[in-house]
Design a protein around this ligand. Structure first.
Ligand SMILES: *[C@@H]1O[C@H](CO)[C@@H](O)[C@H](O)[C@H]1NC(C)=O
Ligand SMILES: *[C@@H]1O[C@H](CO)[C@@H](O)[C@H](O)[C@H]1NC(C)=O
Ligand SMILES: *[C@@H]1O[C@H](CO)[C@@H](O)[C@H](O)[C@H]1NC(C)=O
Ligand SMILES: *[C@@H]1O[C@H](CO)[C@@H](O)[C@H](O)[C@H]1NC(C)=O
Length: 464
């Protein structure tokens, strides 16, 4: 003891804090490295860390405005923390519905046809796993929570708005959407060929299908908005187009057919359509929509509600189906639909000569000319066809769309022969986490398409 003992502990007193500091420093470094590593492996609703789909390659999404650190922080915040603390805020209480139920529209019967391939085999885990080859993401709903496993990025904000739609469905029917496990693709063309997959049909949801495919059509993202080209949520766009269509009376509408769109989408029919561009000779006016130019001018010239001044409006499929069908039908003009190959969920409700006019793609220009001449000679009948097309779109309001989604998902879930559980790699997605990733413009569109709990039960789906 004594004075010597005062000196001996000196060196350890300095050493220990140093060692601790060093250890903390390396731990923090390790943690930061780990955190960065997790963030760099997390796929998100906007496409972070995801490659474009190999079956439809598109340019990589730019994230250049953020630093790496900001991006890491955002991914952790939005993907891992947001839903955890938002839990319970969404969803709302379970409600039981009172009162009688309306019948669903006739076209809802297509749900049974779309799901018929699995009526006998049912849908097993193996079916879902095999469909992954064609999927951009997998949605697993368990007890009202939505989990997503990401495989590939989707072009533009399709994934964000599609998931938003699903989350709004959960809000619309709290506690009513059954547990399901679904594979989705977000690109245009159907991919599950009926001939090739005859032995084992794969269940894959996308925005359209054909008679030759097993793909199951699901409402596309644009019903909730397409922010890149300024198309607002359907519940705002439809009334606006309808209002715009009334500005000019039938008599005063241009007595020829009009088409405005992008002919450069590898669509032979759109290319051919340019040959009909002569309002005197063929009764058609074909205009090129330049989305780049439209964006630069603030979309003033491309407002859909200003495009209802013709008695006839042409619908031509693009690379596959086109979201423009609903806007064309909304005008109240006679929709001249060029022999479509693709079906979306609602186009099965269209009836030729009743709510649209079928144009023969093999005899394109003369077929358009014939329709226009017939309509100008039969103005009452023509106007009525246009009006029925508009009424059909009017009846397809967001409530109907949620009913369709509800029934499609419910019928699908009845076919599953297993109890869905989210894969370990899936992350929960909730309203708050989507908003967390959305940019300002997207947030505005998403906000406007928020759904509220239904007071009525969904319409009554007739059995198959
Ligand atoms: C489906 O596959 C068959 C056989 O490979 C092929 O002949 C047919 O063209 C394909 N159908 C479509 C729509 O791609
Ligand atoms: C319809 O007409 C009104 C009044 O002339 C005008 O203010 C409005 O912008 C027009 N709407 C469209 C879509 O053309
Ligand atoms: C169609 O013709 C009109 C008038 O002649 C022209 O302004 C327009 O650019 C033409 N459309 C296309 C796609 O070439
Ligand atoms: C939409 O935005 C408004 C204004 O910022 C806000 O008051 C409202 O709560 C938002 N609605 C939803 C459903 O998020």
């Amino acid at each position: 003891m004594g004075p010597s003992s005062k000196h001996t502990p000196r060196s350890p007193t300095y050493l220990i804090p140093c060692v601790i500091a060093l250890a903390l420093f390396s731990l923090t470094g390790l943690l930061l490295y780990k955190v960065d590593d997790v963030a760099s492996r997390t796929g998100t609703v906007v496409g972070h860390n995801l490659e474009p789909t190999p079956w439809h390659v598109f340019p990589h999404k730019p994230f250049d405005e953020e630093s790496r650190q900001q991006r890491t922080y955002k991914i952790l915040q939005c993907s891992y923390l947001t839903c955890r603390y938002a839990a319970g805020a969404v969803g709302g209480s379970r409600r039981s519905f009172a009162g009688g139920r309306e019948e669903c529209p006739e076209f809802f019967r297509a749900i049974h046809r779309d799901l018929a391939p699995w009526l006998e085999s049912r849908i097993s885990k193996a079916h879902v796993a095999a469909a992954q080859r064609y999927a951009a993401f997998r949605v697993v709903i368990v007890e009202g929570k939505v989990f997503v496993d990401w495989y590939y990025a989707c072009v533009q904000s399709r994934a964000m708005f599609t998931l938003w739609g699903l989350l709004q469905l959960m809000r619309r029917y709290p506690g009513k959407v059954p547990d399901v496990d679904m594979m989705f693709d977000c690109m245009d063309k159907p991919s599950v060929n009926r001939t090739e997959h005859q032995a084992m049909p794969l269940p894959l949801f996308r925005y359209c299908t054909t008679k030759e495919h097993f793909d199951i059509p699901f409402p596309d993202w644009s019903f909730w908005g397409w922010s890149e080209i300024n198309i607002r949520p359907w519940q705002e766009e439809f009334p606006d187009i309808k209002q715009g269509s009334r500005n000019v009376s039938w008599k005063n509408k241009f007595p020829w057919a009009y088409w405005k769109g992008n002919p450069d989408v590898a669509s032979p029919i759109r290319t051919e359509l340019i040959n009909c561009n002569d309002s005197r000779k063929w009764g058609a006016e074909i205009m090129r929509q330049d989305w780049g130019e439209a964006a630069r001018s603030g979309f003033k010239q491309s407002k859909l509600s200003n495009q209802c001044n013709h008695r006839y409006k042409i619908y031509a499929e693009g690379y596959a189906w086109s979201v423009s069908l609903k806007y064309i039908l909304s005008c109240g003009s006679v929709a001249l639909i060029i022999s479509p190959q693709y079906e979306d969920f609602f186009s099965r409700g269209l009836i030729p000569n009743h709510n649209f006019w079928l144009v023969d793609s093999l005899n394109l220009c003369p077929s358009i000319k014939y329709a226009v001449e017939w309509g100008n000679q039969h103005p009452v009948e023509a106007e009525a066809i246009g009006k029925r097309g508009q009424d059909f779109m009017g009846s397809l309001n967001m409530d109907r769309i949620y009913e369709y989604m509800f029934h499609l998902i419910s019928e699908y879930s009845k076919l599953q022969d297993f109890k869905p559980t989210p894969p370990t790699t899936a992350l929960e997605v909730c309203v708050e986490s989507v908003l967390c990733f959305a940019d300002e413009k997207q947030r505005m569109f998403l906000n406007k398409s928020t759904a509220f709990p239904s007071h009525k039960p969904p319409c009554n789906l007739k059995p198959a």
